[in-house]
Design a binder for this molecule. Structure first.
Ligand SMILES: *[C@@H]1O[C@H](CO)[C@@H](O)[C@H](O)[C@H]1NC(C)=O
Ligand SMILES: *[C@@H]1O[C@H](CO)[C@@H](O)[C@H](O)[C@H]1NC(C)=O
Ligand SMILES: *[C@@H]1O[C@H](CO)[C@@H](O)[C@H](O)[C@H]1NC(C)=O
Ligand SMILES: *[C@@H]1O[C@H](CO)[C@@H](O)[C@H](O)[C@H]1NC(C)=O
Ligand SMILES: *[C@@H]1O[C@H](CO)[C@@H](O)[C@H](O)[C@H]1NC(C)=O
Ligand SMILES: *[C@@H]1O[C@H](CO)[C@@H](O)[C@H](O)[C@H]1NC(C)=O
Ligand SMILES: CC(=O)N[C@H]1CO[C@H](CO)[C@@H](O)[C@@H]1O
Ligand SMILES: [Cu+2]
Length: 560
């Protein structure tokens, strides 16, 4: 099909709605963890109706919160940004402009590699997460730009990005990706949903549809000061090394579509929810309080081969769960969407009375529920089985965390390398590779690879981890450290709801996760409809944003 080129202009605007705070750079008075918790617990749950973008403004609590927001004008800017509706096969171009203020609303850390314009302003660049597009439209961390493009990073290309939308229908999201600023720019609000529709496929599947029954839930966690200002700790965990950087941001309040713990009135019928975890570091393990199951139909930007019924969904930052919830059979009048994931995941604190709750569904009476003609088909999308894909080559990808003398993390590297070190991952465009990802840290790292689609096929424990880790720390060479003789421990079951072509996969600590990575087009192995080897190239990184900003990120350059 010949695509027409739609153009929308998206502009960043800061909405200054908070009257109390005039100068962002002026440090607020110190605040304790228990005070933050008290502020979050003073927010009444389930008083706000779940909003739908793009109607909503970024007021998360009783006091308005100043945010950075996406929109086509200051009046139209929202947090999350407007949901971009794209059509399969119809290229879309977006001109990204920067109208952010001269100084950031959150504290920065100059000791990590960070975009630093000489003439002020807040650098930003937009990445379409899960998108298959040229690297000149990928939002490379070095492709940042400030207001009116007066200063640009070394890999900046042009203001207008083109998204070919050659993928089948599914869920993507867009967010800031500027070097060393991702955690604060997303915390400030620079994120939004993007959906690709495909009328032929969508009508065949006949899942719940239309604005009322097919909804996005963009979930984040945030802490706030009393006046509504977003809280981020201004003291680093190793303040003499990094004055501000902390290894993970966790907020006390759970925000869905810009509201803290909202509610949604639902009819007794099926709904489709596209749940995007846009937290900086918080994992969510979702469940429904009445014990009923989710029917998961998609993961990240792909459908599952067949629907999976599950009572729990574990979602890492940047992962997307596409689920159907059938409210027609429950006797409950209210159902709470709950969260039970420890933070940091998997060995941190248990969620408390606040962050164990996400939102509430309030059921309308039967009489008010119109007939439901939607369905959940038994087969969704047949894909190539990863185990029979022919791999062009294998690579070892090792995740390291470095700690100070006090045992606090100072930085994280992939393969012992900094982001600025020369590119080492140079797959051939059109091929498939096997990557063995080895996590030598205590955290679960959601690995995100730009452009590629990939899935885990084996997750196996590393035996004699301390011996292997000490060898790797000195040699940084998995083969020389006898990796195969160490990967002999127990294997973990890969959840059925993750067995599809994903763009973010969780890496279990102390385990080797084997992933099949496709550097070609999902579904049919047709070549990319653009030169994927041109331009500044892509990146792969941990999607815990605090890790990504402190160098758990590496370049990825496709070659012919
Ligand atoms: C914001 O909250 C604080 C403390 O709860 C209160 O004193 C103040 O009046 C509130 N301001 C607005 C605009 O709601
Ligand atoms: C901020 O970080 C410092 C250093 O890690 C810590 O001592 C302090 O408790 C933190 N404050 C809050 C409110 O979390
Ligand atoms: C969201 O993602 C973050 C960071 O990857 C992760 O720690 C958190 O558990 C996720 N939360 C949910 C609800 O999926
Ligand atoms: C672990 O490796 C060390 C060093 O290679 C070795 O001395 C030790 O016996 C090993 N331990 C086990 C339980 O295999
Ligand atoms: C790897 O294993 C071989 C044979 O088992 C052994 O000779 C060699 O010393 C080992 N290398 C390391 C770094 O442990
Ligand atoms: C990207 O930026 C780096 C410097 O950070 C530079 O060496 C490289 O040539 C740039 N690549 C392109 C294609 O602009
Ligand atoms: C080498 C290393 O530090 N591995 C860690 C990986 O994660 C496990 C589980 O959290 C830890 O116990 C290991 O120490
Ligand atoms: Cu990480």
């Amino acid at each position: 099909m010949e695509g027409t080129l739609g153009t929308i202009i998206l502009i960043f605007f800061v909405i200054l709605t908070c009257s109390g705070v005039s100068n962002a750079q002026e440090a607020p008075p110190p605040i304790s963890e228990s005070q933050l918790h008290k502020i979050a617990s003073s927010l009444e749950m389930y008083v706000d109706e779940l909003p739908q973008m793009p109607k909503l403004y970024g007021y998360s609590i009783n006091n308005a919160t100043t945010v950075f927001a996406f929109g086509t004008s200051p009046a139209a800017a929202t947090f999350p940004g407007p949901t971009i509706e794209a059509m399969h096969g119809v290229p879309l171009s977006v001109t990204w402009e920067n109208h952010l203020p001269e100084t950031h609303i959150l504290p920065l850390d100059p000791t990590i590699p960070v975009a630093t314009p000489k003439h002020g302003g807040v650098p930003t660049v937009v990445h379409l997460h899960g998108g298959i597009h040229p690297s000149t439209s990928d939002g490379h961390p070095y492709a940042w730009f400030t207001k009116d493009y007066r200063e640009t990073g070394p890999n900046w290309t042009h203001p207008t990005y083109t998204y070919p939308n050659v993928q089948h229908s599914g869920n993507l999201w867009y967010h800031d990706h500027a070097l060393g600023l991702t955690r604060v720019n997303l915390l400030a609000g620079l994120l939004g949903a993007y959906v690709i529709r495909d009328p032929a496929l969508d009508s065949k599947l006949n899942l719940p549809s239309g604005p009322e029954y097919d909804r996005h839930l963009v979930v984040v966690d945030r802490s706030f000061y009393n006046d509504g200002w977003i809280f981020i700790n201004r003291t680093g965990d190793n303040p003499t090394i990094h004055p501000q950087w902390q290894p993970e941001y966790f907020g006390d309040a759970i925000i869905v579509n810009g509201k803290a713990w909202p509610y949604l009135k639902v009819s007794k019928r099926k709904y489709r929810f596209r749940i995007i975890n846009s937290s900086n570091a918080r994992f969510f393990r979702f469940a429904l309080s009445n014990g009923q199951s989710f029917i998961q139909v998609g993961s990240d930007a792909s459908y599952l081969p067949a629907p999976v019924e599950t009572k729990n969904i574990l979602l890492a930052p940047a992962e997307i769960a596409d689920v159907v919830i059938d409210f027609s059979k429950t006797k409950s009048k209210e159902i709470v969407l709950t969260n039970s994931a420890p933070y940091p995941f998997p060995s941190g604190s248990t969620p408390d009375s606040l962050n164990s709750k996400v939102m509430k569904f309030i059921l309308k009476p039967e009489a008010q529920s119109p007939p439901d003609y939607s369905q959940v088909p038994s087969v969704l999308m047949p894909y190539t089985t990863p185990t029979i894909v022919k791999a062009a080559r294998t690579r070892y990808i090792v995740l390291y965390e470095y700690d100070s003398a006090t045992g606090n993390p100072t930085h994280l590297f992939i393969n012992g390398k900094q982001f600025a070190d020369p590119v080492t991952e140079t797959p051939k465009s059109g091929t498939t590779e096997i990557w063995y990802v080895i996590n030598l840290t205590n955290d679960n790292h959601p690995l995100h690879i730009h452009l590629a689609t990939f899935q885990a096929i084996r997750v196996q424990e590393i035996k004699n981890l301390s011996a292997f880790t000490s060898c790797m720390t000195s040699k940084n060479d998995a083969l020389a450290c006898n990796i195969t003789s160490h990967v002999v421990g127990k294997t973990l079951e890969i959840p059925a709801y993750e067995k599809t072509w994903k763009n973010t996969v969780k890496m279990v600590p102390g385990y080797q996760t084997t992933i099949v990575v496709q550097f070609n087009l999902v579904d049919n192995h047709s070549p990319y409809p653009f030169d994927a080897t041109a331009g500044p190239g892509y990146v792969y990184h941990c999607h815990i944003l605090d890790h990504e900003d402190n160098e758990m990120i590496r370049p990825l350059k496709l070659v012919a």
